[in-house]
Design a protein around this ligand. Structure first.
Ligand code: MN
Length: 452
């Protein structure tokens, strides 16, 4: 796991004033990676771009600082040696090549950028010319995501959901032994902000025994973190737990939109399918594992629970496998927006309550010889916590729709309605460390499209 170094020093400041703005998600201690282009750049890009997909034209790697983006291809000419080499690897329309380089290259670029952005740096003038205002940029999907796997790391979520279906026996016996997951769909992952039509599908039969069919009436969100894979593993070769984080580039926010009615009818016996595969929203900025070093927490199991099997257990994972990432979900309905009313907070929790660590997810995923590849995306599963107000999905908050939530403007919600916007936010704070943020993942549910 990355060690603390001078890039984490809470006293470090940047010559860019906006990096020190109160509540800014992107101070110099953060330096998250994404891909961007100047707004409108795609439209007038010339046709001889080697990337054949015109929708990707002009995208390139960047790092967020304050209200600006460092254009990494431009900064490569300013930075020295290893940092410059690493910055060149970010020049393309996705970060896969950079992700594949591994922790030494990631760390060299972080150290170089931190020094060049710091107050008093001799590179200030040259680096200022590499900045693009975030307000003039459009963000892209940071990687070509080959495969996407969603886990079920939160025991509180698993218990709350299980209770709806099996009140006497909410948690299945495998939960405390094995990280549960399913293979998701990468084609429908999009970067925030986005919108998508409400999915249609089959719903559980009523009295007549015939399934319903139509737009989902139980649309939900899931508050999760995404885990971007760095260097892959050779097929057949497992990843030991204490090497697992060498294969993790960083974390982002992830909303695993879920149609609960479609899910309830289709999920047995092979798990989630069309109830999940229509849309997944990720935040544009990836916070690296090195940036997260100050917020590590011990990973503990409640007394009386089984300890993980040896391949999922290590001293290092127990000492600092957890990460205290504060998480929030917000709802902004169309009526609230039309009346200039603020959004309503649906939950506030933390990743530190997870029952499985990111390293355990990676190791478990590869233990059978499955090969992970650079840019693959794992997700934690809905991150709920042990107390009321910490539930990361409407199905938990409203107990399957039975207890609708009342909003201050008189509206109520059991599940999401057309025009509803859900925004996920996250940040880290710790004694003796700066506050860093993840930005946000925002998505809006649109009316279902006609079938024909
Ligand atoms: Mn999920």
């Amino acid at each position: 796991m990355p060690a603390l170094n001078r890039t984490h020093d809470p006293a470090l400041t940047s010559w860019l004033a906006s990096a020190q703005a109160p509540g800014c998600d992107f101070p110099i201690q953060n330096l998250p990676f994404g891909v961007f282009r100047r707004s409108g750049e795609g439209a007038d890009a010339d046709g001889d771009d080697e990337d054949s997909d015109p929708s990707q034209a002009g995208f390139r790697g960047g790092v967020a600082i304050g209200d600006q983006i460092v254009d990494l291809a431009a900064a490569a000419a300013v930075l020295d040696d290893e940092a410059s080499d690493a910055a060149w690897a970010c020049a393309g329309p996705t970060l896969n090549r950079f992700m594949a380089l591994g922790p030494a290259a990631w760390s060299a670029l972080r150290a170089g950028l931190s020094a060049a952005l710091a107050t008093g740096s001799e590179h200030e003038e040259a680096l200022r010319r590499c900045l693009v205002p975030q307000s003039e940029a459009e963000m892209g999907l940071p990687a070509t995501i080959g495969d996407y796997t969603d886990f079920y790391s939160s025991i509180d979520h698993a218990t709350n959901i299980g209770r709806l279906f099996r009140p006497d026996n909410p948690l299945l016996p495998n939960y405390r032994w094995i990280p549960i997951g399913y293979h998701g769909r990468s084609s429908s992952i999009a970067v925030s902000p986005e919108s998508f039509p409400r999915p249609r599908g089959q719903q559980r039969p009523g009295e007549d025994g015939v399934p319903g069919f139509g737009p989902s009436t139980r649309m939900d969100y899931e508050l999760e973190l995404g885990i971007f894979v760095g260097p892959g593993n050779e097929r057949g070769r497992p990843i030991p737990l204490d090497r697992a984080e060498d294969h993790v580039f960083g974390l982002c926010l992830l909303n695993d939109w879920s149609a609960r009615d479609l899910q309830a009818w289709e999920y047995q016996p092979l798990g989630p399918f069309l109830g999940k595969s229509f849309a997944t929203t990720v935040s544009p900025w990836i916070v690296t594992m090195e940036a997260l070093a100050p917020y590590r927490r011990p990973f503990t199991r409640p007394e009386g629970d089984p300890q993980p099997l040896p391949y999922l257990d290590s001293e290092q994972n127990r000492a600092e496998g957890g990460i205290d990432v504060c998480l929030e979900a917000w709802l902004h309905t169309r009526a609230q927006r039309d009346d200039d009313l603020p959004p309503s907070r649906l939950s506030r929790g933390s990743y530190r309550h997870a029952y499985w660590t990111a390293a355990q997810l990676v190791t478990h995923h590869a233990v059978n010889g499955c090969n992970l590849r650079p840019g693959d995306l794992l997700a934690t599963g809905t991150l709920s916590g042990p107390k009321p107000g910490m539930q990361g999905a409407l199905i938990e908050i409203t107990r399957g729709g039975k207890d609708p939530i009342d909003l201050p403007n008189g509206e109520s919600r059991s599940f999401l309605e057309d025009g509803d916007t859900v925004t996920l936010r996250a940040w880290c704070e710790a004694e003796g460390a700066a506050r860093i943020g993840f930005g946000q993942a925002t998505g809006t549910v649109l009316p279902a499209l006609p079938l024909g």
